[in-house]
Design a protein around this ligand. Structure first.
Ligand code: BDR
Ligand code: CA
Length: 312
């Protein structure tokens, strides 16, 4: 039976590729809903972009909900410098005909978790953790009902991308991240340590383009667009494709390796706000709360992604 997931997201080109990968994998994954959150760009755009991506995938039945428009206690920080003004810059796509669902994303999360058998739904956050933390705070009874959370966020060896100390998703809403990391729900984390090994090199972009489909062409254009920023910054051979690693782990966990360790979120210091203090070396006696990934078989990851995108 397909695993039931909810994708919580701030598209973003890499979020968009993650959504496509999930929608292209119905044998393994049933997407119950997509909940949009403010992050890479404001909520009005992330909730629109999520629908644009569903339509691109030819899937207009998956319900899309708009969630929180600002972090719990901070002003929203966005990332147009990476993703462009729309969040999906790189290729012009039509406005969606699909409507947003009338319910708030947080209410959907609460209702879906209460309605499903305990331990059935997996949450896949790909942006700041505001929606998930708000749902957990408002309805603590749902926390124990989540099967697990598989998220993109944080860093240890790679430290930070939005500041020297912090990764974007955790930095934007550190208080929300702290709630999620302390929730007791089994957590699998894809930090920059993994995603900075999932580089969209030239042959990999060409493989998307060579699919000869609209989806292949769009994914190639998106990755070429955000590549310009990361290439300049890191001087690496391609830009990291962060968020699809979450979905890839659900499909092929053997492509990843990591450690079950303690991870705490820095919320007090302005200098290191949003840092994921990961006890990778086991130097404290703090209880493990997350499986923190460290490595990926990038060749196999891109082969899987390209093969699945070919289905759309
Ligand atoms: C994360 O931040 C966003 O810019 C990406 O979509 C990804 O989720 C990487 O730090
Ligand atoms: Ca994202």
């Amino acid at each position: 039976m397909a695993r039931k997931i909810i994708i919580d997201t701030d598209p973003g080109q890499d979020d968009a590729v993650a959504i496509l990968l999930a929608l292209a994998s119905p044998e393994e994954l049933e997407v119950l809903g997509i909940t949009a959150v403010a992050g890479n760009v404001p909520l009005a755009l992330t909730s629109k972009n999520a629908r644009i991506v569903c339509e691109l995938a030819g899937n207009i039945d998956v319900p899309v909900f708009a969630g929180c428009e600002a972090p719990l206690r901070r002003r929203l920080v966005t990332a147009e410098h990476v993703h462009g003004k729309t969040g999906l810059d790189g290729v012009a796509l039509p406005d969606p005909a699909m409507k947003l669902q009338p319910a708030h994303a947080v209410d959907f999360l609460i209702d879906a978790l209460r309605a499903a058998p305990e331990g059935e739904i997996t949450l896949c956050p790909l942006g700041p953790l505001t929606n998930i933390a708000t749902a957990f705070t408002r309805a603590p009874d749902i926390v124990g009902r989540v099967r697990e959370i598989v998220l993109m966020g944080g860093a240890y060896f790679e430290v930070g991308n939005i500041t020297p100390a912090a990764e974007f998703n955790i930095y934007v809403d550190p208080e929300a991240a702290e709630i999620v990391f302390k929730s007791g729900v089994p957590l699998t984390v894809m930090p920059l340590d993994v995603t900075h090994k999932a580089l969209v090199t030239k042959p990999r972009v060409e493989a998307f383009a060579a699919l000869g489909t609209r989806v292949g062409e769009v994914v190639a254009s998106w990755t070429r667009f955000f590549e310009r920023f990361d290439l300049e910054k890191y001087g690496s051979e391609g830009a990291p494709l962060h968020d699809p690693t979450v979905i890839a782990w659900l499909l092929r966990p053997e492509l990843f390796s990591g450690r079950h360790i303690n991870v705490e979120i820095e919320t007090a210091s302005e200098l290191t706000r949003g840092m994921t203090v990961a006890d990778w070396w086991g130097v404290t006696d703090r209880a493990p709360n997350a499986t923190f990934m460290g490595d990926i078989d990038a060749e196999a990851f891109f082969a899987l992604l390209t093969q699945r995108l070919a289905r759309l």
